[in-house]
Each structure stands twice: as structure tokens, then as C-alpha cells.
Write a protein that binds this ligand. Structure first.
Ligand code: AMP
Length: 119
């Protein structure tokens, strides 16, 4: 399945719908999740049209891959999460439970996050 550019994060990237922006540069946008699951719940996404982690790790450039993870770490430190710990999740495809088909990293922290998987 190819990238569907009507997804909600594509609309955020185009500026068609708003977001609570945390960071933006040439390769990456980060914003607060609309339905936070923890005191800190930030989504870090590439600006390129990659539908999931599989697509990204196959097709993104080294610069895009480096930028995504560098920004993730920078934001975690800016939020003070390097002191207390945090979790990074990227749901991929049907078994991963991915709802929005544009790659995103969930950065979660600010409380003890419990078991890694609900069930
Ligand atoms: P996933 O299930 O991994 O695809 O996660 C999608 C995430 O996007 C969920 O945590 C949603 O709360 C979040 N989300 C959906 N729409 C928006 C939006 N307009 N702004 C910010 N976060 C959103």
C-alpha cells in the first residue's frame, strides 16, 4: 500500500490543520499528542511521506533518519526526561495497532509507564 496523503499528519504538515508544535526543522516536526497517555506525550514525525517504520527504514535518506532520532533525543532532554526516563513507541501496521499512516514516534514520560504491553 502506498502513502495516503489525506492522513491527519499530512494535513498538519501542510498546515491545513493546527498542532501544538514543539519543534520544527527541515526534516522533522514534533507536536503534542491530542489525546495524551502520559504527562509528556509528544509525536515526532519526519516531514517526508513515509507511512510507517518499515517504509522509513527502507526508503529514507541517512540524513532524514539521523534527524528524526537526533530530534527525539533533544526533545526528551529539553523535557527533562533524560533524568527520569521515558519510552519511545512506534506502532507499525495492523499488528502494531497503527492508526495514522504517517510514521510517528511517540515520546512518553513524566510518570512511571508500567508494563510495556497492555496484554
Ligand atoms: P498510532 O495509533 O500509533 O497511529 O497513534 C496515533 C496518535 O495520533 C494517537 O496517539 C492520537 O491521539 C494522535 N492524534 C490523532 N490526531 C491527532 C492530531 N490532530 N493532533 C495530535 N495528535 C493526534
Amino acid at each position: 500500500m502506498s502513502y495516503d496523503d489525506s492522513n491527519i499528519f499530512a494535513k498538519i504538515l501542510k498546515g491545513d490543520i493546527p498542532c501544538k508544535k514543539v519543534h520544527e526543522d527541515d526534516h522533522v516536526l514534533a507536536f503534542h499528542d491530542i489525546n495524551p497517555q502520559a504527562p509528556v506525550h509528544i509525536l515526532v514525525i519526519p516531514k517526508g511521506a513515509y507511512k510507517d517504520m518499515d517504509d522509513f527504514t527502507k526508503n529514507a535518506s541517512a540524513d532524514e533518519i539521523a534527524a528524526l532520532f537526533r530530534v527525539l533525543g533533544d526533545i526528551a532532554r529539553a523535557q527533562g526526561l533524560d533524568e527520569t526516563g521515558y519510552r519511545v513507541i512506534s506502532n507499525c501496521g495492523a499488528n502494531g495497532g497503527q492508526e495514522v499512516p504517517h510514521l510517528h514516534l511517540h515520546l512518553l514520560g513524566g510518570r512511571k509507564l508500567g508494563r510495556m504491553l497492555a496484554a
